[in-house]
Ligand binder design. Sequence first.
Ligand SMILES: NC(=O)c1ccc[n+]([C@@H]2O[C@H](COP(=O)([O-])OP(=O)(O)OC[C@H]3O[C@@H](n4cnc5c(N)ncnc54)[C@H](O)[C@@H]3O)[C@@H](O)[C@H]2O)c1
Length: 377
Amino acid sequence: MKINVKHSHGSYSVFVFEDQLAQHLKKSKLLKTKNLFVVIDSNVYKLHWKKLYEDLNRESSILNVYKFSAKEKNKSHTELIKILKSMFDNRCRRDTLLVSIGGGITGDISAMAASIFMRGIDYINIPTTLLSIVDSSVGGKTGINFNSGKNLVGTFYQPKAVFTDISFLYTLPERELQSGLGEVIKYSFIAPEKEKTFFHRSFNIIINKNYNNFIKIISKCVKIKSALVENDEREVTGSRKVLNFGHTFAHGIESASDHKIKHGEAVVFGIITSLFYSYREKLITAEYLFENLLDIQPAVVPFKKYYKLINPEIVFKSMLGDKKNNSSGISLVLINQSNEILVNYSGNKNGIIKSLIDMKVWVKESSGMFKKETVEK
Ligand SMILES: NC(=O)c1ccc[n+]([C@@H]2O[C@H](COP(=O)([O-])OP(=O)(O)OC[C@H]3O[C@@H](n4cnc5c(N)ncnc54)[C@H](O)[C@@H]3O)[C@@H](O)[C@H]2O)c1
């Protein structure tokens, strides 16, 4: 599967496949006679480097392999400087190709390094988590955390290509797969009406690791994201902002928990809170609210154990520093009865705290029963 993503300076392809990295790299000719600077997640290095080395080293030479410990606290200016320093120490030049291999944390920081090293060098992305495959590897947002705020410093910088090999997911810890599910749940709200059932079925497919169906699910997510980012590359006109559904809450929840709650998990809590907030604002009816909660309930089960870490007051404080905010205050992304995502919705403290409490109560009370047999073929 190949999906083309257009941007203001050209386009790039997202290749989605299973266990054919070498063939796809060769076919793309992007590595031919290139010097490579590899930034790789240190866990992925331990599990996959031997094979990756063979795949990368065929037509190019590797200047250095920078092993990066993928933690939110390392998505920092200190680590960014270390990567840049290593690029200089290893004699990277403007024609060096940076190869980023890992999840969203590795992708965000290494793409940022590529975007500012000598005013920008080419890079390719090989995402290895479900979250980075369905979301962060597409769209050209790079970044680091700053002053305990999420992604507050960054650039827009597009890759030369994205190589998505779903066989990396076989070694992904259970919790990380479920975190990726958080962004798939988000797509179920953004997707056109006719695809909603497909997405609702995909939740159990992912939970049950039915990998045969992953390429189809991933391709649908990437197509939705690429269409939105093509129309609004730098999140100016608005269409791209729908991708932030649940995310103002999510970033607050994630930061306030000191990242004990992972990004995709926080996105799920953020989406549920957005639904409650939309209900409080009378944008949706109680019936619509509970219909939607029921649709995502099977996927919420794995996250139940983390809701206790959420303290609404602290989350609210953390939300005050979100980069989506404008001069009129906290900017939320909500939903209305016609399934339209509403961006730039001005949020108030009372509604935010109450909706966070509603969310916690619902997550606690939701029976969350689902059975493998309910997976529809
Ligand atoms: N740029 C964007 O548009 C965008 C969009 C969404 C999220 N993000 C960012 O993405 C980040 C989250 O990314 P993530 O969920 O991929 O987390 P991550 O990069 O931290 O990876 C999760 C964990 O899985 C391990 N891992 C990665 N691949 C593995 C594999 N194949 N096998 C075994 N272990 C593996 C990592 O070592 C890490 O411990 C957040 O910082 C978020 O802000 C960015």
